[in-house]
Design a protein around this ligand. Sequence first.
Ligand SMILES: [Cu+2]
Length: 177
Amino acid sequence: MNRNHAAALVISIGAFSLSVTGAIAQDSGAMKSMPGMHMDAAAAPAGSASAKLGDLDISGGYVRAMLPGQPVGGGYITIHNAGKTDDKLTSVTSSSAGKVELHEMKMEGEIMKMREIKGGIAIPAGATVTLAPNTMHMMFKQVKTPFKQGGTVPVMLMFDKAGMVDVNLPVVSARGN
Ligand SMILES: [Cu+2]
């Protein structure tokens, strides 16, 4: 698939997740950039997952259903550090995917770009960090069975200080509600 085809495919499926577009571009070997993306609201849908781990309050966890042919899934979560010690989300694993990467999306001029966040996501003392569409997200790769609305995707979040916690993320619609 050349880059133009990837772009056309993305545009044809409409207003869906930017993680899809980024991943397609990435998988085609060109870590780029689709012009003309719009920004979604970042509010977590009803029924999203929560958990508590030490000083960390985890909420708003969910993944989006995957569209036919979509090679990767996107997941989102909010982490509040109520403690006095900085922490860091170092990695995520899931039995539903061969691997889970932490990604971020950034506008560079008119262009939205996605890249892997190396070294984890800092969760400073007192801070609330949100992984949401169009910003940071969990990217599920080598997904065994495409995520389907109504299902759940188990993840294990690993933190530098707080340790690890299992969360079952509900699968919401591909539009994120
Ligand atoms: Cu991504």
